[in-house]
Design a protein around this ligand. Structure first.
Ligand SMILES: [Zn+2]
Length: 376
C-alpha cells in the first residue's frame, strides 16, 4: 500500500493542539497556515522563497487551474508540483466554493453544477467525478470533496436539501479516491446546529483522512461564525486533521485554534500585501500613510524577513505609491513571513501550555492597532 498520510497530535492545551501531519512529500507542523497559490503561483513569490519562509504546504485551486491552463495540460507536463517547481505537499480545493463565489451563473443539479466561467463566459460543468478527475490530473497530495456551498442567510429547508447533495457527492468522491492521495470531507449546514451535526455524522460514516469545515465567511456575522467554529470544532474527530476553509483573519484563527482546528488557508496576507496593508507586531498598518514619507525605520523592527532587514518604511511607501512591481514582492514577502512566524509562535505557545496568554496578547495587539486608513 502507498503511504498517504499520518497525523499525530503532539500536545494539547485545552482544546488547542499541536501536531505533525506526515505526507510522502513532507512534514507539516500544525496548526498550519497554507498560502494560497490560486493560479499555480502564490502571487509575487517564487516557490524557493516560499520554502525560505517555511511554508510546508500550499493550496491550489481546481476551478482556476481547470479553466486555465487546463488540468490535462498540467498533467501532460508532469503534474502541478513539477509545473510550478514546488516539491512539498499541495492541497487542492474541489472547486465547490469558487463555483459558488466566482461564476456569474450557476445551475445546480443532482450530478453537479453547470456554471459560466468568470474568465471568458464559456459554460462548464463540475460534479464530484469531474472534481476528482481534475485533482488527480493536478496530482494533489490532499484532494477535497466537491461540495455545495450555501449563501447566508439561507432557509433551513434549502440548507437541508443542499446538505443532502453535499453528502451524496462526498460519497461519490470517496468511491473515486485515488491510491496515494489523501481525501478530506467538507462539513456544510450553514448556521444550523442540527445540520452541522448531520453533516459531521454523515462524513464520519463515509470516512475521510481529514475533515474540513466549509460554508463560513460567506456574509454571516462574526458571532455566528465563531459559534459555528466552536460548535463544529468540538464535534470533529480528534484523531484526524481539522481544516477551517478560507478563514485567515488572525482573530478568527485564534478562536479556531482554541476550538481545536489544525489547518488554515486564506488570501488575506497576500491580497492585503498587494493593497499595502501590512501585518506587524503592533498590528496592521497601511504603508501609504503620510507619516511614513521619510521614515527610515524598518516596517517592523521585530521582524526578521528580507523586507524588514533591508528596506525602510519610506522606501516601501514610495514603491507602493508609484505602483512598482517590487512593492508587491516586498510586501508579500513580509506578510507571509509574518503569518508563518505567527503560526510558529502559536504552536510554541500550545506546546508550552501558554496558548490563552498568546491569544490574549494578540487580541490586544489587533484591537489597539494604529489603523489602516489612508493618510493624506
Ligand atoms: Zn518583515
Amino acid at each position: 500500500m502507498i503511504f498517504v498520510m499520518e497525523f499525530k497530535v503532539l500536545k494539547t492545551d485545552g482544546s488547542a493542539r499541536t501536531g505533525l501531519l506526515r505526507m510522502a512529500r513532507g512534514i507539516i507542523h500544525t496548526p498550519a497556515f497554507m498560502p494560497v497559490g490560486t493560479n499555480a503561483t502564490v502571487k509575487a513569490m517564487t516557490p524557493e522563497e516560499m520554502k525560505e519562509i517555511g511554508a510546508e504546504i500550499i493550496l491550489g485551486n481546481t476551478y482556476h487551474l481547470s479553466l486555465r491552463p487546463g488540468h490535462e495540460i498540467i498533467r501532460s507536463v508532469g503534474g502541478l508540483h513539477r509545473f510550478m517547481n514546488w516539491d512539498r505537499p499541495i492541497l487542492t480545493d474541489s472547486g465547490g466554493f469558487q463555483v459558488y463565489s466566482l461564476s456569474a451563473l450557476r445551475d445546480i443539479e443532482a450530478e453537479g453544477v453547470h456554471f459560466k466561467s468568470h474568465v471568458d463566459g464559456s459554460m462548464h460543468f463540475i460534479g464530484p467525478a469531474e472534481a476528482m478527475a481534475i485533482q488527480d490530473a493536478l496530482g494533489a497530495d490532499v484532494a477535497m470533496v466537491f461540495d455545495d456551498c450555501t449563501p447566508y442567510p439561507v432557509a433551513h429547508e434549502y440548507a437541508l436539501e443542499s446538505l443532502g447533495r453535499t453528502l451524496a457527492w462526498a460519497r461519490t468522491c470517496k468511491n473515486l479516491k485515488k491510491e496515494g492521495q489523501a481525501l478530506f470531507g467538507i462539513v456544510q449546514g450553514s448556521a444550523y446546529r442540527d445540520l452541522r451535526i448531520m453533516s459531521i455524522e454523515g462524513l464520519r460514516e463515509i470516512g475521510f483522512d481529514g475533515y474540513a469545515v466549509g460554508g463560513l465567511s460567506v456574509g454571516e456575522p462574526k458571532e455566528v461564525m465563531h459559534e459555528m467554529i466552536r460548535f463544529t470544532g468540538s464535534l470533529l474527530p480528534g484523531d484526524s486533521p481539522r481544516y477551517l476553509m478560507g478563514i485567515g483573519d488572525l482573530m478568527d484563527v485564534l478562536a479556531a485554534v482554541e476550538a481545536g482546528f489544525d489547518m488554515f488557508d486564506c488570501v488575506i496576507p497576500t491580497r492585503n500585501a498587494r493593497n499595502g496593508t501590512l501585518f506587524t507586531s503592533i498590528g496592521r498598518i497601511s504603508i501609504k500613510r503620510t507619516e511614513f514619507k521619510a521614515d527610515e525605520g524598518p516596517l517592523d523592527p521585530n521582524c526578521g524577513c528580507t523586507t524588514c532587514k533591508n528596506y525602510s518604511r519610506a522606501y516601501l511607501r514610495h514603491l507602493f505609491l508609484t505602483r512598482e512591481i517590487l512593492s508587491m514582492r516586498l510586501n508579500t514577502m513580509h506578510n507571509l513571513y509574518f503569518y508563518m512566524e505567527f503560526f510558529r509562535k502559536m504552536r510554541d505557545a500550545v506546546s508550552s501550555g501558554t496558548f490563552s496568554e498568546f491569544r490574549k496578547k494578540w487580541e490586544g495587539v489587533i484591537r489597539s492597532e494604529p489603523g489602516t486608513e489612508e493618510g493624506t
